[in-house]
Design a protein around this ligand. Structure first.
Ligand code: ACO
Length: 436
């Protein structure tokens, strides 16, 4: 018998089946042949939340959650964060190789020359309520770009696809900056093509009356590193949304809006904002033990802790902790850091967190650093979304080019009634459904 196979005995029928094992997986469709009789649909797997299901083949990002390893296209995240710029990493994620000098120059030029928003998009954003959450504005505006670029629907044309990718990477910082300016009531600042990706973003956020915005190099580099760390993370909730919606051949703007919507949730990219709220609630270092006790007693979660994949220290959290020291030298120390460090110290010594392998994730320290740099908490997830746009697009490209991918359509276990007799109105009970 071939070595790379799995033999299954169906104890309901006594029948044996041999199915191939490839890359440590069996194909779920191999189970369909396992039936109790001709009318049986065949065996399925039940996996709510995809705890043990691979939904695609991907050559973009590798994670070993037990060892705390993260690599983009084979390169360790630590090396990329130290040696590359964000746009260099974006090129790597999208094209599979690091760019040479000429390729990088052209790439940076192309992105830089797609940062302007159509005036119609600017007007669209002006229509939001003054206090709209920037993540809601970001999601809606990215979706609205679909109406500005209707040709994006032709997803099978590689050149057209790349045009939309460049547009999206160029425009997401402009959308993010405009959502911030809208909240604070300042006029929109147009992009400055002399500046780097992050410097220009800072320019669009914070330029006031000065003729030329000059970014602090430590802060713009720190932001660049944060963007590198957030650029991709294989099949997380947002990326899964991008691939799932994209599998219907939906255009990249609408698909990306759905990915960003998933990211907005407090269990996903919205956790960085929640960490700040939690640190505010704790207030001082002395209150940390009582807070930890509350979490262990089942009242709330330690936000910024735990991960579906990492059962070890998130390597991104380590880099952020290191990078934040340089930021604090410029901005002054964020007093919340002391509470966070104490939370981490106590949690890492505690059996509850050890047994469940709960460690700080990327969101634990990023918010403290963003706040020190001058971002309000509501902007934190938007910053995440700017960086992750690259990963979503790389994953979308891979999906579109994968001949094995079809429209995503899970199965279900039906738990409802069998066919029932219709009840006419006059015979229905007074209250057939319990009060809600
Ligand atoms: N605080 C306290 N307990 C926790 C936490 C936490 N942050 N995270 C998980 N647990 C506990 C659960 O209650 C559960 O305990 P039990 O076995 O006694 O029931 C156990 O650890 C396993 O947790 P699950 O929720 O089953 O793990 P899952 O993989 O489904 O969830 C998640 C992962 C959503 C990230 C979770 O750890 C969490 O909610 N963390 C806080 C939110 C957060 O920081 N999210 C950002 C993640 S990174 C990102 O998306 C960018």
């Amino acid at each position: 018998m071939a070595e790379n196979t799995l033999t299954i005995t169906d104890n309901r029928t006594g029948q044996m089946y041999t199915v191939p094992v490839e890359n440590g997986t069996i194909r779920a469709m191999s189970l369909r042949q396992i039936k109790t009789g001709p009318d049986d649909f065949g065996l399925m797997t039940y996996d709510p939340a995809f705890m043990n299901t691979a939904s695609c083949r991907s050559s973009i990002t590798y994670i070993d959650g037990d060892k705390g390893i993260l690599r983009y296209r084979g390169y360790p995240i630590e090396v990329l964060a130290e040696r590359c710029t964000f746009l260099e990493v974006a090129y790597l994620l999208l094209f599979g190789e690091l760019p040479n000098q000429g390729e990088l120059k052209t790439w940076v030029y192309d992105i830089t020359h797609h940062t302007m928003l159509h005036e119609a998009t600017k007007k669209f954003m002006e229509g939001f309520r003054y206090d709209s959450h920037p993540m809601g504005m970001f999601v809606s505006t990215v979706a609205a770009l679909s109406s500005v670029y209707p040709e994006a629907r032709d997803i099978h044309d590689a050149e057209n696809r790349m045009h939309q990718i460049v547009r999206l990477i160029g425009k997401v910082p402009s959308i993010a900056a405009l959502s911030y300016r809208h909240n604070v009531g300042f006029p929109y600042v147009y992009p400055d093509n002399d500046l780097s990706y992050t410097e220009n973003f800072m320019n669009m956020l914070w330029r006031m009356v000065e003729p030329k915005y000059v970014a602090n190099p430590v802060l713009s580099r720190a932001l660049d590193i944060l963007f590198i760390l957030h650029a991709d993370h294989e099949q997380n909730c947002g990326t899964n949304a991008m691939r799932s919606v994209g599998s219907a051949q939906t255009d990249p703007y609408l698909s990306l809006a759905s990915a960003a919507s998933a990211l907005a949730g407090p269990l996903h990219g919205g956790a960085n904002e929640e960490v700040l709220k939690m640190l505010d609630e704790i207030g001082t270092k002395d209150n940390v033990p009582a807070f930890i006790k509350k979490v262990k007693d089942g009242h709330g979660k330690l936000m910024g802790f735990g991960h579906r994949i990492y059962k070890n220290y998130d390597p991104r959290a380590k880099i952020i902790k290191w990078s934040s020291e340089q930021v604090f030298e410029v901005t002054g120390r964020n007093p919340k850091l002391d509470i966070a460090l104490e939370l981490e110290r106590i949690a890492l010594e505690d059996d509850y967190f050890n047994k469940r392998k709960l460690y700080p994730n990327v969101d634990f320290y990023s918010g403290i650093m963003y706040q020190a740099m001058g971002f309000p908490p509501a902007m934190f997830t938007v910053l995440f979304a700017i960086a992750r746009t690259v990963g979503w697009l790389a994953q979308w490209q891979e999906l579109v080019n994968d001949p094995e991918q079809k429209i995503a359509r899970p199965r279900q276990i039906y738990t409802g009634y069998d066919q029932r007799e219709f009840i006419p109105m006059e015979k229905r009970a007074a209250a057939s459904v319990p009060a809600r």
